[in-house]
Design a protein around this ligand. Structure first.
Ligand SMILES: NC(=O)c1ccc[n+]([C@@H]2O[C@H](COP(=O)([O-])OP(=O)(O)OC[C@H]3O[C@@H](n4cnc5c(N)ncnc54)[C@H](O)[C@@H]3O)[C@@H](O)[C@H]2O)c1
Length: 178
């Protein structure tokens, strides 16, 4: 497999520090942040990171040995021409970053939840990703959690009758602890 070049937009918790919050907690598997995840793959070169906050950029550059830092993600994507773009900014920015990345050469985009903040944003993201043939993943990884799968199994079995409403109280420990 040839080397892939990745960049991260957003130098916050999911960008690179959330591992410190969950380390040692039962039910969490490390690496958790995008930067820590990329560090596990020799096939991926995490070449650059962008954030509006220059101090956060510098901090994660130092922590993960990321060669270049930017305060403008557009400039980063234009200059770096990455294969993969991680989007770890707040939800209200996901659409603009995903659309920009898809329209500027990204081959794969991994955007954190929430997907979008309106149907119009969601439509624009789908359109940009599909028309540019970009592989897209959204970070709702709890869809594969043991607790979620068990709940689905019980609902599918019909043991509770037909599902009328789903109310989800999200708590990693509660769902994952046995
Ligand atoms: N998958 C998970 O388990 C999980 C956990 C926590 C958060 N999240 C999601 O990850 C995303 C980020 O959350 P967080 O807790 O890491 O937030 P955070 O505030 O720690 O980090 C977000 C960073 O994005 C930067 N930013 C904001 N707008 C920007 C822009 N236009 N350009 C560049 N940088 C910009 C901020 O300065 C900040 O450093 C959210 O969408 C959140 O829902 C997912």
């Amino acid at each position: 497999m040839s080397q892939l070049k990745a960049v991260i937009v957003g130098a916050g918790r999911m960008g690179g520090t959330i591992d410190d919050e969950v380390r040692g907690e039962r039910g969490f598997v490390l690496p958790y942040s995008h930067a820590a995840g990329y560090a596990e793959f020799p096939q991926i070169d995490l070449a650059a990171i962008a954030d509006l906050d220059q101090d956060k950029v510098k901090s994660l550059q130092d922590r993960y040995g990321i060669a270049r830092g930017y305060t403008d993600y557009r400039e980063m994507i234009d200059q770096e021409k990455p294969d993969i773009v991680s989007v770890t900014t707040p939800g209200h920015t996901h659409a603009e970053v995903v659309v920009f990345a898809a329209e500027h050469g990204a081959r794969g985009i991994y955007a954190e939840k929430a997907f979008a903040c309106s149907l119009a944003e969601a439509d624009a993201m789908v359109q940009a990703v599909e028309s540019n043939n970009v592989k897209f993943n959204m970070g709702t990884l709890r869809r594969w959690s043991a607790g979620g799968n068990k709940a689905k199994e019980i609902i599918d079995s019909g043991a509770l009758g037909g599902a009328q409403t789903v109310i989800s109280f999200s708590c990693g420990s509660l769902v994952l602890r046995r």
